[in-house]
Design a binder for this molecule. Structure first.
Ligand SMILES: Cc1ncc(COP(=O)(O)O)c(C=O)c1O
Length: 402
């Protein structure tokens, strides 16, 4: 069987047609970045231009944003947790996020004003680590649940920030539901990086948090004088992809690049929804086990599923091997290009690009996507070696699946 299947969008909408992206546009991103800039750990992550790889693939440019450097936590996710906690705490003391900073929110004055607060969530690793870190910065408690099959190192990383963390016997979707019920019973605040009916405000703040990386990347691409023609976005629940798509659509308008959504076969809810083509989101159930742990989510989120069904030109579903290849392409580059440490979920899009540009199976899709010597492809390596043993197994021992 082919390692990748691609469904083209049968209902593709023109950029901006019918979309309300005011909550995720450049003005919002400026505000979000201003808040993130108050953290001592803040520094923009690098954007890397891979000229040798572009030449090998027959493309004009390949640019990759490297989130392995984000806040020392090796993944972009902390941008969401910090911004969500920031907005919750700011609201509790009657202020706008633009009136507070990291130091003030960590102060005793704020702690006294807001009282004891516990934040709770479910994670396949990176969101929970980001949330635990954010709670630690603001001297608050965090309780985190993980789905069955989660790597113990990811649990330990979360615990290292003072949070309680348990690996459950549930799949991701069921774990989210269980944690939400538990939080209600105990009066904890659920800070979940996915939304559903009746729970959209905090996930929106999380999506807004991600726009810091988008505005950084925009400016870095402008400095390099590159304009993306294609943006590939990996999706779990789709909050990340929705935030990126909304932001870049607000910036580029009608001249928007082509977006492609990339998912693992085990949790390909956007691909399945695009195939069904009935305008509704469709869920994927089962154990959702994939190397791409960050993408192992089978239910599209409410905040961005409509946008994600309307504007991407195509949806790709990939075998684990594709992500593993992407990690090697980035980690062991052609001489002249810098190496990137990219984890399983981070490298999925470069793995997909490799399949398009280097395999016979990918030829037809490559042509339909109009990928050629005039194309500039932008990918985001959303995580580094968040599971270091697995990273070595994949890079050094050619592991290709769980
Ligand atoms: C490294 C990484 N990349 C991408 C994603 C996908 O984000 P979303 O679930 O919002 O689609 C995640 C989610 O946890 C992740 O950890």
């Amino acid at each position: 069987m082919t390692k990748v299947r691609v469904q083209f969008n049968q209902n593709l909408k023109a950029p901006l047609m019918g979309a309300d992206i005011s909550s995720i546009d450049k003005a919002v991103a400026e505000k979000v970045r201003a808040f993130h800039s108050t953290f001592p750990a803040y520094t923009p992550t690098p954007l890397v231009k891979l000229d040798q790889l572009a030449s090998e693939f027959g493309l004009k440019n390949i640019v990759v944003k490297d989130e392995s450097f984000r806040f020392g936590l090796k993944a972009f996710k902390v941008l969401g947790g910090t911004y969500a906690l920031g907005t919750i705490l700011a609201e509790k003391i009657g202020k706008d996020i633009s009136e507070v900073d990291c130091e003030y929110l960590s102060s005793e004055e704020v702690s006294k004003a807001v009282g004891d607060i516990t934040f709770a969530s479910t994670t396949d690793g990176n969101h929970g680590r980001g949330l635990a870190w954010a709670a630690e910065q603001f001297n608050k408690k965090a309780i985190v649940y993980m789905p069955k099959g989660s790597a113990p190192i990811r649990r330990d990383n979360i615990r290292s920030h003072g949070a309680e963390c348990t690996i459950t016997e549930l799949n991701y979707n069921d774990c989210v539901r269980m944690a939400f019920e538990k939080a209600k019973e105990n009066n904890w605040i659920t800070v979940q990086d996915t939304s559903w009916e009746g729970y959209t405000e905090i996930p929106l703040a999380i999506m807004q948090g991600y726009t810091t990386l988008a505005i950084e990347a925009l400016e870095q691409m402008q400095e390099l004088d590159v304009l993306p023609t294609h943006i590939f976005l990996q999706a779990g629940v789709g909050c990340f992809a929705g935030a990126m798509l909304g932001f870049f659509m607000s910036v580029y308008g009608e001249k928007c690049p082509k977006f492609v959504i990339v998912e693992p076969d085990a949790a390909n809810c956007y691909y399945v929804s695009a195939c069904a083509n009935d305008g509704k989101p469709h869920n994927v159930d089962g154990d959702l086990l994939t190397l791409m742990a960050g993408l192992a989510c089978g239910e599209p989120n409410l905040n961005s599923w409509e946008m994600l069904l309307d504007y991407p030109v195509a949806f790709a579903t990939c075998a684990d091997e594709v992500a593993a290849t992407g990690m090697r392409v980035l980690g062991a580059p052609i001489k002249g290009d810098p190496p990137l440490t990219s984890g399983e979920s981070g490298a999925a899009t470069i793995g997909f690009l490799h399949w398009l540009m280097q395999s016979e199976d990918g030829q037809e899709t490559k042509e339909r996507l109009e990928l050629n010597e005039d194309s500039t492809v932008f990918c985001i390596s959303t995580e580094g070696d968040t599971s270091p043993e697995l990273y070595k197994d994949i890079m050094w021992s050619c592991k290709n699946s769980l």
